[in-house]
Design a protein around this ligand. Structure first.
Ligand code: FAD
Ligand code: EPU
Length: 341
């Protein structure tokens, strides 16, 4: 056994959907209260750690991760009841996201169907406030349960305390590294209101027949399957950059210069730009650097062409950022969590 595999015995390649070669010191499961307390003890001793769900928004760009990786495996789902307005459901962090969406829809509780087929686990869903096809997690969550590693106690974050924003929450900032999300409470409206305004969702649902949560789930799943690469076939982390948000003056100047600029109104009078369009306009759709590249069908997705290395990916990220910055004066920010050490 080499010195490397002796000290870094855990293969991380299959544990993240981008699939870069990487190894960690140790892998431990977080499946119960005892594991949470062991994690807290390790943290108190100052030992390096990293929290992982299903690895679809984590990219190991460094081949050696000098930390214990704690993989969230807390399981369970519970119907908490109905208050006449909403069905209330609690789902533990280690449950798979898409299976949770399917379960709620099959039970007759609509609300999560637009978020179908997003990879990952329930515990990671509040971290970046997952969103797709006109719905964000924050629209359906009532509370997030967490274990505070510093005081070894369960606590609850209400909606305000989660500080949800576009691909953002308190769990990426002040709460990062201190709390393990253990469960998420959902409030799913009894009077279901379909959300059909994004792209061709309405048309795809109409083709399927009656307007039901199940048909929205099916339509969104079909659109996603046609548009996004399957990580089991082509390593990727979904959108690699956030859609940049600029102020109205900058957006107006950009539209004057680039009349076809794809943009949408965001909160507080700000404007969201389609990063995929910006990257494509730089001629980078299908661009390849070594064994990583820009997906040929969707320029916001970076892919591992088979033998990708972390250093190549970091080079590709810098190249895309520099091109977009030079042409549009906009800095693209990575969406996935890049693990560089
Ligand atoms: P991981 O990558 O394992 O973890 C992500 C982050 O959350 C890490 O920082 C980790 O430390 C932290 N974390 C994980 N679990 C916990 C916990 N229990 N407590 C505290 N912190 C935790 N995202 C969208 O928003 N919309 C999309 O449409 C979308 N489409 C995607 C399509 C594809 C093909 C892929 C590969 C990804 C896509 N994503 C999308 C990104 C990704 O699926 C989501 O961010 C998902 O929530 C990540 O879940 P995970 O379990 O894989 O998280
Ligand atoms: N576009 C191009 N060229 C491209 C890609 C996109 O011109 O190569 C333009 C098109 O005009 C298109 C617009 O950009 O209409 C938006 O593209 P798309 O509908 O594919 O959405 P996106 O902005 O690329 C976002 C999310 C996705 C989410 C979809 C659907 C971010 C960073 N990404 O993608 O989330 O599934 O909308 O709501 O907000 C993820 O976060 O990982 C993710 C996949």
């Amino acid at each position: 056994m080499s010195a490397l595999t002796a000290t870094h015995s855990v293969d991380l390649q299959p544990l993240h959907t981008f699939g870069l070669p990487a190894r960690a010191r140790e892998l431990r499961l977080l499946a119960n209260q005892e594991d949470l307390r062991a994690f807290a003890r390790m943290k108190r001793e100052g030992q390096p750690f990293l929290l992982l769900g299903e690895g679809s928004n984590t990219v190991f760009t460094s081949p050696l991760v000098d930390a214990t990786v704690w993989k969230v495996a807390l399981k369970g789902r519970r119907y908490l009841g109905c208050d006449g307005v909403c069905h209330h459901v609690r789902v533990w962090a280690g449950e798979n996201w898409h299976q949770t969406v399917e379960w709620t829809v099959a039970m007759g509780w609509g609300g999560l169907e637009n978020l179908a087929l997003i990879p990952g686990c329930v515990g990671a869903s509040p971290v970046q406030n997952i969103g797709a096809y006109g719905v964000e997690l924050k629209d359906r969550v009532s509370a997030v349960h967490a274990f505070d590693l510093d005081v070894q106690k369960e606590c609850i974050f209400n909606l305000d305390e989660c500080e949800f924003a576009y691909r953002d929450s308190v769990f990426k900032h002040a709460a990062q590294g201190r709390y393990v999300i253990t469960a998420v409470d959902f409030a799913l409206p009894v009077q279901w209101q379909p959300v059909l305004g994004y792209g061709d969702v309405a048309q795809r649902v109409a083709e399927l027949g009656p307007l039901t949560p199940m048909n929205v789930l099916k339509a969104v799943s079909t659109i996603r399957t046609q548009k996004l690469p399957d990580p089991a076939v082509l390593g990727n982390s979904g959108s690699f950059f956030k859609n940049p948000i600029v102020d109205a003056a900058q957006a107006k100047a950009l539209v004057q210069q680039f009349p076809n600029l794809v943009n949408y109104p965001a909160d507080d009078g700000l404007v969201k730009l389609a990063a995929g369009w910006l990257i494509e306009q730089c001629g980078l759709k299908g661009f390849v650097l070594g064994s990583v590249g820009v997906y040929t069908k969707q320029a916001l997705i970076l892919v591992n062409l088979g033998n990708g290395q972390g250093a190549e990916l970091l080079q590709l990220i810098s190249h895309i950022q520099a091109q977009v910055q030079t042409r549009f004066g906009v800095l693209l920010e990575s969406e996935p969590n890049l693990i560089n050490k």
